[in-house]
Design a protein around this ligand. Sequence first.
Ligand code: SAH
Length: 241
Amino acid sequence: MQRKSYVMRIDIITIFPEMFEGPLTESIVKRAINKGLVDIRLHNLRDYSTDKHRRVDDYPFSAGAGMVIMIEPVDNCITKLKSERDYDEVIYMSPDGDLLTQPIVNQLSLNQNLIMLCGHYKGIDERIREHLITKEISIGDYVLSGGELAAAVLTDSLVRLIPGALSDETSALSDSFQDGMVSPPVYTRPREYKGWTVPEILLSGNDRLINEWKYQQALERTKERRPEMYAKIEGRRKKEE
Ligand code: SAH
């Protein structure tokens, strides 16, 4: 019998489903799929084309280089998916979308059913964005060849937050950005390598001092590496005083 108790379902629409092999077939995402926590379905946009050559792109109106993904196959695919269940968001991966940050990942992780649409070439017909898309996400201010890598990044960031996906559930909470700070440094054995040592305090066995040290390290790193994030911590501290 098929397990239906997954926490999240993600439907990814793409013209290159094979690009997801690897990101979805290894590590934490693979384990979450195997545990039945997340159901990820890949949909080849070409299967929704009515063209005999399974075309999904066409020349842009107006001069200019680059092909554009057509509205019809995308609409066909989204309409079929929507007839099967309700979706919380239909997300288009786009360089000019909302910049993906941990707070956005946290918020999206509360959803149950998500569609992610991957563009390619010059992009997608604007009417898809106007009428079918409910959210647009960018993974950074640079341009990728397609939305596939971006959708894989978004999927990975979401799946690791599902309770049970990480073996130590508290570890997602102690990652960078979860408390508005970057992560403190981590070390493992050996204590000394080529004369390079581990900070003495970590070997002290004193949990209170170790936690204090970690907090201070995280704070200093945040100040140094993410000044805008540090400014927010300072602001909060001033308010509390
Ligand atoms: N002409 C478009 C770029 C198209 S890139 C522009 O200048 O904005 C082709 C596809 O890659 C896009 O449709 C989008 O789905 C994806 N893509 C490119 N960069 C991305 C980014 N930074 N974040 C998310 N998706 C991106």
